[in-house]
Design a binder for this molecule. Structure first.
Ligand code: FAQ
Length: 340
């Protein structure tokens, strides 16, 4: 699978590694200085503001990957809507999956303000060129997986996304405020569903433990490669897109989650997980990065299935998009007639 890394030539400061800077014209230099001053002052860049090409492309890459993750992320849980154990759980799950679709829409809209159309972004996803979060390429084997996705996957997503509410690009930052509010409900419903199962019989408790064992390491990998192997981090942080590094967010997630696991009564599948008094953090074992990269590069257990389901959903929905366009055209003609 291809990488969405850019081969654009950046201008002045902030060159992606290995690319030569293109000298700026005098007028561009003035605009670039203004851009840098806004970033230095922790201000917001808005769609009509001048911005370096590499900043724009970094945002399109990150926001579109994020949007793809939301809509592909609907699939593992969507599988359980028809099998939810009660009407209440079904209603909650439908609302959650619908929210993820909404997050995709806010994010595609935010990315569109940078000049890339939704059709272009979806084409990249459907052709297998674009990335989406590794986490959605694993199967949901039993009902406890749905609870664990809420608790751990949404929990990790919130940890990563709260700092994005302060992203330097205005439309992304504003979209993230609403997304984070909804993710918080998603995390709580998952944790509550697991609490109920952990008050159940031994089989139910074993299901929860099994799901935690299968998802824990994959959730730690969601935060991305270690800082030392993260090509985009330094520039993303310089531009105020990323505010906290991959490793620091991962550590914050572990520190927040260990006590929640204790309350729940499950163990986390890491023999090296140990409180480090001197650091004031939980030490943890090694993440299997080979497995992570294999999944990111298209060879995880469900990559092919997820993409095929997504493409089918898009094709099956063509008539809805056609009908909406036909309706809009009719409305427009009516308005024009009335105005004439
Ligand atoms: N999966 O240099 P970095 C959710 C790629 S939403 C796949 O560290 P960066 C809600 C990365 O793209 C979950 N690829 O890159 C939900 C880059 O590849 P490229 C998604 C990954 O951008 C819950 C390369 O590795 N959240 O869960 C992953 O500075 C439940 C080098 O990495 C977001 O997208 C990965 N896990 O940092 C929905 C949040 N990690 O582009 C349904 C916004 C890294 O060069 C149910 N994004 N890569 O080909 C971000 O915060 C950042 O983009 C990171 C990566 C932190 C994901």
């Amino acid at each position: 699978m291809y990488t969405q890394s850019f081969s654009v030539q950046d201008q002045a400061e902030g060159k992606p590694a290995g690319l030569k800077a293109v000298p700026l014209s005098e007028a561009e230099q003035v605009l670039n200085n203004r851009f840098e001053a806004t970033i230095d002052a922790d201000g917001k860049i808005e769609p009509r503001d001048w911005m370096p090409d590499a900043y724009r492309k970094t945002l399109v890459r990150q926001i579109s990957q994020h949007a793809h993750s939301e809509i592909v992320g609907m699939l593992p849980e969507g599988n359980w809507i028809s099998r939810a154990p009660s009407l209440k759980r079904k209603a909650i799950l439908i609302a959650k999956v619908q929210d993820e679709g909404g997050h995709g829409l806010y994010l595609y809209s935010a990315a569109e303000t940078l000049g890339t159309s939704r059709d272009q972004m979806l084409a990249a996803l459907h052709s297998g060129k674009a990335k989406y979060s590794s986490i959605f390429n694993y199967p949901t084997l039993n009902w406890a997986d749905v609870g664990v996705i809420g608790w751990l996957v949404d929990g990790a997503a919130i940890m990563n996304q709260i700092p994005l509410c302060r992203c330097s690009y205005g439309p992304y930052a504003r979209a993230m405020i609403r997304v984070c509010k909804e993710e918080s409900f998603h995390q709580r419903q998952g944790y509550e569903a697991l609490l109920v199962m952990m008050r159940g019989n031994d089989e139910q408790k074993a299901m929860v433990q099994d799901a935690v064992n299968r998802w824990w390491w994959k959730c730690l990998a969601m935060f991305g490669p270690p800082d030392s192997d993260s090509p985009h981090s330094a520039q993303g942080m310089r531009w105020g897109i990323k505010r906290i590094s991959n490793d620091d967010l991962r550590q914050k997630f572990i520190d927040a989650t260990v006590p929640q696991a204790q309350v729940l009564g499950v163990s986390l599948p890491d023999p090296e997980l140990k409180w480090n008094e001197a650091r004031g953090h939980w030490d943890h074992g090694q993440i299997d990065w080979d497995e992570f990269w294999a999944t990111v590069n298209g060879n995880g257990p469900c990559n092919k299935e997820r993409l095929a389901t997504r493409v089918k959903a898009h094709n099956d929905g063509q008539w809805v998009r056609d009908a909406a366009l036909a309706h809009a055209r009719k409305q427009q003609q009516r308005t024009l007639k009335e105005a004439a």
